[in-house]
Design a protein around this ligand. Structure first.
Ligand code: SAM
Length: 279
């Protein structure tokens, strides 16, 4: 498959306009491998690109194919241990009166991140008795959200990141090939199709913890700043932000600051930044 520079630029431009994700034309192999099935149907990459303008559904499908949905359970285990260990204990103390925790996984892909958190709460039933735990997962990808809602994973997917005990406890093997997540865990998480670039306000809640991991990495600096501001606008005072292993707020935004007690996590900056962020 020979992808011309012009076609690669159009495809990368489409992805960026719809999702904010930047795909360097130099990484054309990524475009070529993702779009192989479409190219087979349309005969050539250039014909596929020409069809985009005529077929809006095709553009959506192409964007879906170009998105990187890589994820797995408890991805980056030390970071999860920090979040669900000392950081969560602190949040538990500061929210002890309200006994309510709202958690947002922004860019949740096929659900493993949000379900990793839900499983941990379900495994600590006594500790969280009487608490209301709301977990929201959002992603721009319709296919990813639909899969997340179903909670059905392949053998390979359940083996990535999960201890065997968790796999046996929370999943039922369906047909020798796929594993169905228990309803008890599925019911703990709500999923929505939502882009971080939406002009609509972020979900109308004050989240105590926001995970936005391995999403902003491929945004341009300006979009990243805008999204950080939006996340800060949706965050409760003293709420926590968790990014991916290769991401930071340092030098990117003043809406969040490093957490002095939990290195690698971030706290929403004090009020003046939040007001600036919301404007
Ligand atoms: C690499 S995955 C990371 C998934 C998960 N957060 C993790 O770290 O394992 C990135 C996800 O971000 C989603 N995404 C990309 N751009 C987005 C946007 N503008 N709004 C919401 N989600 C987006 C993609 O669809 C994809 O599912």
């Amino acid at each position: 498959m020979e992808l011309s520079d012009a076609s690669a630029r159009i495809l990368a431009g489409l992805l960026e306009a719809r999702t904010g994700q930047r795909l360097a034309v130099s990484r054309r192999w990524r475009i070529e491998s993702a779009l192989q099935p479409f190219v087979r149907d349309y005969g050539s990459p250039d014909r596929l690109v020409a069809a985009l303008a005529r077929e809006p559904m095709l553009a959506e499908a192409v964007v879906e194919a170009l998105l990187n949905n890589e994820t797995f359970f408890y991805r980056d285990r030390p970071a999860f241990d920090l979040l669900l260990g000392p950081a969560l204990s602190r949040v538990e103390r500061t929210r002890a009166q309200a006994k309510r925790l709202r958690i947002w996984c922004a860019g949740c892909s096929t659900g493993q991140e949000a379900y990793s958190i839900a499983m941990r709460f379900a495994e600590q039933k006594t500790r969280w008795a009487g608490w209301t735990i709301d977990i929201l997962g959002t992603d721009v990808s319709r296919a990813a959200v639909e899969k997340a809602r179903k909670g059905v994973y392949t053998q390979f997917e359940v083996q990535r990141g999960l201890a065997v005990t968790q796999m046996m406890r929370w999943f039922a093997e369906q047909d020798g090939q796929t594993w169905q997540l228990a309803d008890e865990i599925r019911r703990m998480v709500r999923f929505e199709i939502r882009s971080l670039l939406d002009l609509a306000p972020p979900p109308p809640a004050s989240f105590d913890m926001i995970l936005c991991r391995n999403v902003l990495l491929y945004f341009c600096a300006e979009r990243r700043r805008t999204v950080f501001s939006r996340l800060a606008g949706a965050a409760a005072p003293d709420s926590l932000l968790m990014l991916g292993a290769g991401e930071t707020v340092i030098g990117q935004t003043d809406a969040f600051v490093t957490d002095p007690d939990c290195r690698g996590l971030y706290l929403r900056a004090p009020e003046p930044h939040r007001l600036a962020a919301a404007s």
